[in-house]
Design a protein around this ligand. Structure first.
Ligand code: NDP
Length: 328
């Protein structure tokens, strides 16, 4: 029998955590034959709610779930962790400046990075979901110098999935017929969903659409503002779809991309496509044997170039801001 994989989830008592934990425990994160041990990290005020969620997890009698530990100590939560999903973050509240937000998140992601550095398993894979996800990932990475830099990633898979769904709807095909879509840049309103290399039922998506105005005026803003539209409709932010995307991200990272397809992940740039080295930016990636690679050689047209550059500029500014705070 396989040894259980240790999966740490921060902000476990939050909305996304609630939608995430049951799917991890039922085998959707890693595979239907992989047992898991869960470690739930919460702030002290969240511990009681996390215990309630753990009671419900017990009550599911998931055959793959081999244990649940709840703690407010990152050193305990990340001890031996193989996969870490960093969901808990300081939300932007009304009137809060970006610098204050980054500083508050520095107070969360720096100690978590340090704890990962000191205690996580050698094969640790980290996904940051809590916003601003790309820059929070950068803060955690900087605090974990002994962990290979590429193990710190940020989630743009929800944007990727949203874009696939919009494109499928527009072109009247099943989502499974959409391939090679790319999200570039920051998980923020500046993100750029790129269809120029995507395929719709085997044909080039941009040619099938043949409508740059739809791309610029409908598609891109719909994908980028989808989170706000969901808050407006549901009265609460997207949680199940964000959890689903986190599951997809890790599942792909562990199990690989399909032949001929790729996915989008926020990963440390190696300088590809003019993205300054070290920024955690979204790229098209293929994954094999648990390692991702940036898809190389894509031609970037002017339409795409301007939008990638704008999002990357925002990431560079966020990096400068956290550097000024002494977090890098
Ligand atoms: P959620 O579970 O709804 O969201 C958690 C984080 O995910 C937020 O930063 C949120 O960013 C982000 N996020 C990323 N993508 C999305 C998306 N598509 N839709 C919605 N959110 C997204 O927040 P809750 O407030 O319900 O729960 C947070 C929990 O984290 C609380 O239980 C709190 O106690 C805990 N916490 C734990 C910490 C720790 O473990 N050390 C530290 C801080 C908090 P955004 O707000 O920008 O939408």
């Amino acid at each position: 029998t396989r040894t259980p994989v240790n999966v740490t989830v921060t902000g476990a008592a939050g909305q996304i955590g609630y939608a995430l934990l049951f799917r991890i425990a039922s085998g959707h994160l890693l595979g239907a034959d992989v047992p898991v041990k869960l470690r739930l990290l919460e702030i002290p005020q969240g511990l009681k709610a996390a215990e309630g969620t753990a009671m419900e997890l017990d009550d599911c009698a998931f055959p793959l779930l081999r244990g649940i530990e709840i703690t407010d100590d990152p050193n305990v939560a990340f001890d031996g962790a193989n996969v870490a999903l960093l969901v808990g973050a300081r939300p932007r509240t009304k009137g809060m400046e970006r610098g204050d937000l980054l500083e508050a998140n520095g107070g969360i992601f720096k100690p978590q990075g340090q704890a990962i550095n000191a205690h996580a398993a050698d094969d640790i894979k980290v996904l940051v979901v809590g916003n601003p996800a790309n820059t929070n990932a950068l803060i955690a990475q900087a605090a974990a110098p002994d962990v290979p830099a590429e193990r710190f990633t940020a989630m743009t898979r929800l944007d990727h999935n949203r874009a696939i769904s919009q494109l499928a709807k527009k072109t009247g095909v099943a989502v499974s017929e959409i391939r090679r879509l790319t999200i570039w840049g920051n998980h923020s309103a500046t993100q750029y969903p790129d269809v120029f290399h995507a395929e719709v039922a085997g044909k080039n998506a941009a040619e099938v659409l043949n409508d740059e105005a739809w791309l610029a005026d409908e598609f891109i803003p719909t994908v980028a503002k989808r989170g706000a539209a969901i808050i407006e409709a549901r009265g609460a932010s997207s949680a199940a779809s964000a959890a689903n995307a986190a599951i997809d991200h890790v599942h792909t990272w562990v199990n690989g991309t399909a032949d001929g397809d790729w996915t989008s992940m926020g990963i440390p740039s190696d300088g590809s496509y003019g993205v300054p080295e070290g920024l955690i930016s979204s790229f098209p990636v293929t994954v094999k044997n648990g390692a991702y690679e940036i898809v190389q050689g894509l031609e970037i047209n002017d339409f795409s170039r301007a939008r990638i550059d704008a999002s990357v500029k925002e990431l560079a500014e966020e990096r400068e801001a956290v550097r000024a705070l002494g977090l890098l």
